[in-house]
Every structure is written in structure tokens, then in C-alpha cells.
Design a protein around this ligand. Structure first.
Ligand code: ZN
Length: 452
């Protein structure tokens, strides 16, 4: 009896050891990949205003802040934070922060500090934040130097930047970044034409500044085409639609004549259904342009960041008509469509021109990412996946990358253990997800290595 138990225990340990070592080899392999990060919102600190950056400012920018608010804390007021000590801030946020210690947002956020700051605790505490925050304050005195160091230490080669907060800016530092053309305002402003006395929406201000007069739909489209050309001149690699934050992803096919007539109506007299029709027309127009200009379209699907929104708006299945109507367009669906990971996966399987970017899914739920990615590998060829970080500052992007590699290594190592994959192919999958698929689909060869 004892001998059987000793043999069983040896086999169990052996099995665990093999599991761990396969995981470690895949993770180590992933650690040396120079990552093409297909989605970020990196800001320079001054874009948040004139503030001294402590741990709490990084927390306020992070996804984790939504969990802290969900746990019951007040929102983060930057001006007030400037005036408070770390101990006072802990007294305000510490309890709620502690309640988030189990979430993926939390552990992903911690991992960035493990990698970049030598922080080794599992949790933030009032005591360890004194040292960590002092390090942050020091680094943020010269953020450009710090960013460069952290960017390379984390393993990034290039980040695609979606500047939703300043969508008409086409200037980026190409040592680190590739431009993404954020198309939300082109769609949403089409039903909000300027009216006498009202403040101009930013796209109409932009048109004014560039000498474009817009009085009908053709004028509006001419300016939108100008924006396409301007983005392309600045090496835009793709388009981005994150409209699920404010409307449904179901875009009807509206004829040009109908949209033109509706555009002529004063926007304040449009019914919600009419406004939607103009906007639907615009996104179809944008898809046709994306085919002409050979630019893939990234689309937010599923779960919405922050606290409070209409979840159903981002259901991936609402996009089905577009995939059928535009076989020549290239669609990149984001975030695993969480919580609709199954229907998201089905589109990657059904359509040659639908790609899956697992960006942000590991941060939303690590375990769902593990489960969903395993299912995705069952269904979808691995030349169709990308990864992105989706964060505002370098620390969180680094945590996001560490987390993404951890999830991918776990799923692949289990598949190797189950005899579904060789280790060699698992390395190839890592290369494809974190680098090579992006180079191919977004046609990056020429721009790569500009910072070396
Ligand atoms: Zn994003």
C-alpha cells in the first residue's frame, strides 16, 4: 500500500514538475519576443494636467480604479489628491482597495510594479506604498527617460496608439508608437451638424481650421476623406471603432440618398431613429474607405470599461451583417467579446476576414481568458490572433503584458501536456500572437525598428 502511494505521489509530483517546466519554458520564450502591442492609450503625464504623480494617480488612471469604485470608494479627484498625504489617501481608498485584492484588475496592476520597480509583495499596503510611491514620484520627474527605460524593460517594440481623447492628432513619437485612426467622431458627429449659436463639435471645428466648409453630406464626406488621407500620410496602421460605449454595434445599410436627405435636416429635428440612420450610413462609408485604403478596422466588442453603461450595445453578434456584406474589409474584434466569448470566437472561425485581438480580456477576468483562449485555439487558426495592453501609462501596460503572457503560457502549456500541441508549435503561436500576426496583417515591415 505504502509503495503504491509513494509511486503515485512520485508520478503526481513528476506531472506537476513537467507542467511547471513546460509553462516556464513557454513563458521564458514569450519574455524574449519583441512585442507588437496592437492597442494602447498611452498618455504623457502632462495630458492629465499639472500634477505630481504618486501611486494614487497611477491607480486613478488604471482599470483597477473602477473596481475600487465598485467596492464603494468615491471617484478620484486629481486636484484634491494633490493636497493629501499618502496616509490620508490610504485612509480614503485603502479599505476599498483591499476588497479588490482578488480581482484580475488588481493582480495585473501589481505585476507592472513587479516587473519595473522590483516590488515583490502580493498586495499594496499602507506601509509598502510609502516606498513604491516615492519611486514613482522620482521616475515621473523625467517621464520621457523613465518611459524609454520601462518600454524596453517590459519587452515592447511598438505600440498602436488609439488617441480617443484627441482623435485628430496625427503626430506621434514613432520610436515607440504607431498611429491608429479613431473614427468615432466621424460617425457620431454626422447626426450633430452645427446649428446657429451652438458650440461646434470638434470635427466641425477641425474642418473650419483646415478651411473646409461643410453644408451638406458631400462636404462632410470630403472632409472625412481628407482625415483618412492625413492619417495615412502619418503612417496610420488601422482604424478603431469604440462606439459600443455610446450606441449599438448594429449598423444598418442605409442608402446614400436617404442619408443625404437626412443630413440636410436640422440635426435638432432628427428623431433618434433618423440620427441613427445617418450614423449607420457613415460607418458603412468608412468600411468602404478602409477597403480602398487597405486599413484593417479594430472594433471594441463586449464589456465596457468604467462604472455604468449599456452592456448589450457591444454584443459581437450585432456586427454579423457587416462581415457578410464586406468580405474585402478586415475586421479585428476586441476583448474576447466578454462576456460573449463564444460568439466572438465563432466569428473568428466563420470569416476569413475577422481577426481576434484578445486585448484586455486577461485583465477583465484571468480565468475567463484562460478558458476562452483554450476554446479559441480549438476553433480558430492561430494566424488570426493579436494581443494589446489597452492602458494609459507604461506601468499598467507592462502589467498587462506580463498578465497576457501568463495566460497564453498557461493555456499553451496545458495543451502541450494534453498532447494537443508540441512545444515547438506553442512557441510559434507565441510569436504569432505577440508579434508576427500584427506585422503581417497591419503591414508593418517598413516601419519596424525605427527607434533602434
Ligand atoms: Zn482601448
Amino acid at each position: 500500500m505504502w509503495s503504491i502511494m509513494i509511486v503515485l505521489s512520485f508520478l503526481f509530483n513528476q506531472c506537476n514538475f513537467n507542467n511547471t517546466s513546460v509553462y516556464n519554458r513557454i513563458k521564458e520564450y514569450a519574455d524574449q519576443v519583441r512585442v507588437i502591442d496592437a492597442h494602447e492609450h498611452q498618455h504623457w503625464p502632462e495630458e492629465f494636467g499639472d500634477h505630481q504623480f504618486t501611486f494614487y494617480n497611477l491607480l486613478a488612471v488604471s482599470y483597477l480604479s473602477a473596481d475600487v469604485c465598485s467596492a464603494g470608494a468615491e471617484g478620484f479627484d486629481w486636484d484634491t489628491m494633490d493636497t493629501l498625504s499618502l496616509d490620508t489617501l490610504w485612509a480614503i481608498y485603502g479599505e476599498a482597495l483591499d476588497y479588490t485584492r482578488g480581482t484580475s484588475y488588481y493582480s495585473q496592476f501589481v505585476k507592472g510594479f513587479w516587473k519595473l520597480y522590483g516590488f515583490s509583495d502580493l498586495y499594496f499596503t499602507r506601509e509598502n506604498l510609502a516606498t513604491l510611491s516615492a519611486q514613482i514620484e522620482e521616475n515621473y520627474k523625467d517621464y520621457r527617460t523613465w518611459f524609454d527605460e520601462a518600454f524596453h524593460k517590459a519587452g515592447f517594440e511598438l505600440m498602436f496608439i488609439d488617441q480617443f481623447w484627441k482623435p485628430f492628432n496625427t503626430e506621434l513619437d514613432d520610436n515607440y508608437f504607431a498611429l491608429v485612426f479613431h473614427i468615432n467622431p466621424l460617425v457620431s458627429s454626422s447626426s450633430r451638424k452645427p446649428e446657429k449659436g451652438a458650440e461646434l463639435l470638434s470635427i466641425y471645428r477641425e474642418a473650419d481650421n483646415e478651411g473646409y466648409e461643410i453644408s451638406n453630406l458631400d462636404d462632410y464626406l470630403a472632409f472625412c476623406d481628407h482625415l483618412f488621407k492625413k492619417n495615412i500620410e502619418n503612417n496610420a496602421v488601422c482604424l478603431k471603432n469604440s462606439q459600443a460605449y455610446s450606441r449599438t454595434l448594429f449598423y444598418e445599410n442605409v442608402p446614400y440618398e436617404e442619408a443625404r436627405a437626412l443630413y440636410d435636416k436640422p440635426s435638432s429635428r432628427l428623431t433618434p431613429a433618423e440620427a441613427k440612420k445617418i450614423e449607420d450610413f457613415m460607418f458603412h462609408w468608412i468600411i468602404k474607405k478602409s477597403i480602398d485604403y487597405d486599413l484593417p478596422i479594430q472594433i471594441h466588442t463586449g464589456y465596457l470599461a468604467g462604472n455604468g453603461n449599456v452592456l448589450d450595445n457591444g454584443k459581437p453578434v450585432k456586427l454579423n451583417n457587416l462581415f457578410l456584406q464586406y468580405p474585402e474589409a478586415e475586421f479585428v474584434l476586441f476583448h474576447g467579446g466578454y462576456p460573449w466569448t463564444g460568439e466572438y470566437t465563432a466569428f473568428g472561425k466563420m470569416f476569413r476576414n475577422v481577426y481576434l485581438d484578445i486585448v484586455w480580456l486577461p485583465q477583465i477576468s484571468r480565468e475567463e481568458a484562460v478558458h476562452a483562449l483554450d476554446e479559441m485555439f480549438d476553433c480558430v487558426p492561430y494566424n488570426k490572433f493579436f494581443w494589446g495592453g489597452d492602458c494609459g501609462l507604461i506601468e499598467e501596460s507592462t502589467g498587462s503584458l506580463e498578465y497576457g503572457k501568463d495566460v497564453v503560457a498557461e493555456v499553451l502549456s496545458k495543451r502541450v501536456q494534453r498532447g494537443l500541441l508540441t512545444e515547438e508549435v506553442s512557441f510559434d503561436i507565441v510569436d504569432k500572437i505577440f508579434r508576427e500576426n500584427a506585422i503581417k496583417v497591419f503591414k508593418l515591415e517598413e516601419g519596424l525598428g525605427r527607434g533602434d
